[in-house]
Design a protein around this ligand. Structure first.
Ligand SMILES: C[S@@+](CC[C@H](N)C(=O)[O-])C[C@H]1O[C@@H](n2cnc3c(N)ncnc32)[C@H](O)[C@@H]1O
Length: 257
C-alpha cells in the first residue's frame, strides 16, 4: 500500500519565514504596527484590504488579528509561498482570499472577485517590479480603492543615487549594524529558508512552477527611489502622498485616494 506523504508543517515554515525576514529587517514588526495604526485612525471597524505581494501571509495574519471585523484579499505570484500561507492560515479561511496573480502583468485585477477596497497594503514586495510595471500597478491600485481609501507601502525606498552623502550615511550605518557583513551575507537566512523548504517533497510541483515564473533574480541595486514612488502615485490619482514612518530608508509611504 502506498504511504501518504506527511502533511507539511505550514505553521513552522511561516514562523521560519518571519524569522528570516526579520534577520535583515529588524524593524519589521514595528513597521507592521505603524501601518495598522494608520488603518485604525483612518478606516471604519469593518473594512476590506488588499495585501500585495503577500508572501505566506505575515501581514494579512497580523492585520486580521488586530482588526477582527476586517477581511483581506492576499495576492502573490509565487505558488510556494501561497501554499505555505494557505496552510498556515487555514483557521482564517473565511476572512482571507488568496489570489495567484502577477502584479506586474496587465489585467491581473480581473482575477479579483471584488473591485472595491478600503485599503491596499504591501511590505517588502514591490521592489520586485520594474519602474514601468510599478507605475502601472499604482494605476491599478488607484482604480481598486474607493475615494478616501488608503494605500500603504512598507519597503526600502531609497534616496536618489545622486544624493550620495545620504546613501553613504545609510550604507555606513547598515555595515556597522550588521558587523561589516555584505548584503549577500545578510540574505543568508533567506537563502537557507528556500534551500531547506525545497527539500520538502510535497512542494515539488510548486517549486517547478515557481522556477518557470521567476527566472531572473532581483537585487538591492535595482531599488526604485522614494521620489519615483511619490511621483507615480500622484500621477495615478492619489492626493496626499507622504512618508508616515521611517528608519533610514526603510519607510512607509502613505497615499490617499
Ligand atoms: C520578500 S517577500 C514579502 C512577503 C510579505 N509581504 C512579507 O512582508 O513577509 C516579496 C513577495 O513579493 C512577491 N512578488 C514578487 N513579484 C511579484 C509579482 N509580480 N506579483 C505578485 N507577487 C510578487 C514574491 O513572490 C514574494 O512573496
Amino acid at each position: 500500500m502506498a504511504r501518504q506523504a506527511p502533511e507539511l508543517d505550514y505553521a513552522k515554515w511561516l514562523a521560519r519565514w518571519d524569522k528570516q525576514q526579520e534577520s535583515f529587517n529588524p524593524n519589521r514588526e514595528r513597521r507592521f504596527d505603524a501601518m495598522f495604526d494608520v488603518l485604525e485612525a483612518w478606516l471604519p471597524r469593518r473594512f476590506t484590504a488588499l495585501d500585495l505581494g503577500c508572501g505566506p501571509g505575515s501581514l494579512s495574519a497580523r492585520l486580521l488579528r488586530r482588526f477582527p471585523a476586517a477581511r483581506v484579499v492576499a495576492v502573490d505570484f509565487d505558488p510556494v509561498v501561497l501554499r505555505i500561507g494557505q496552510g498556515a492560515l487555514r483557521g482564517l479561511r473565511d476572512r482571507i482570499t488568496w489570489i495567484d496573480a502577477d502584479l506586474g502583468a496587465r489585467g491581473w485585477t480581473t482575477q479579483l472577485r471584488t473591485r472595491h477596497f478600503d485599503a491596499g497594503l504591501s511590505t517588502t514586495a514591490l521592489h520586485w517590479l520594474s519602474p514601468v510595471r510599478l507605475r502601472r500597478l499604482y494605476y491599478d491600485i488607484g482604480e481598486l480603492l474607493r475615494a478616501g481609501g488608503v494605500f500603504l507601502n512598507g519597503d526600502i525606498l531609497p534616496w536618489e543615487a545622486k544624493r550620495r552623502n545620504l546613501r553613504r550615511l545609510v550604507e555606513g550605518i547598515r555595515r556597522h549594524r550588521f558587523g561589516g557583513k555584505s548584503l549577500q551575507a545578510e540574505w543568508a537566512p533567506w537563502r537557507r529558508w528556500w534551500r531547506d523548504l525545497e527539500k520538502e517533497s510535497a512542494l515539488k510541483a510548486e517549486f517547478r512552477e515557481r522556477k518557470s515564473r521567476f527566472s531572473k533574480p532581483h537585487g538591492a541595486s535595482d531599488l526604485i527611489p522614494l521620489d519615483f514612488h511619490e511621483r507615480a502615485l500622484r500621477r495615478a490619482g492619489f492626493r496626499d502622498v507622504e512618508v508616515v514612518w521611517q528608519e533610514l530608508e526603510d519607510r512607509i509611504l502613505l497615499a490617499v485616494r
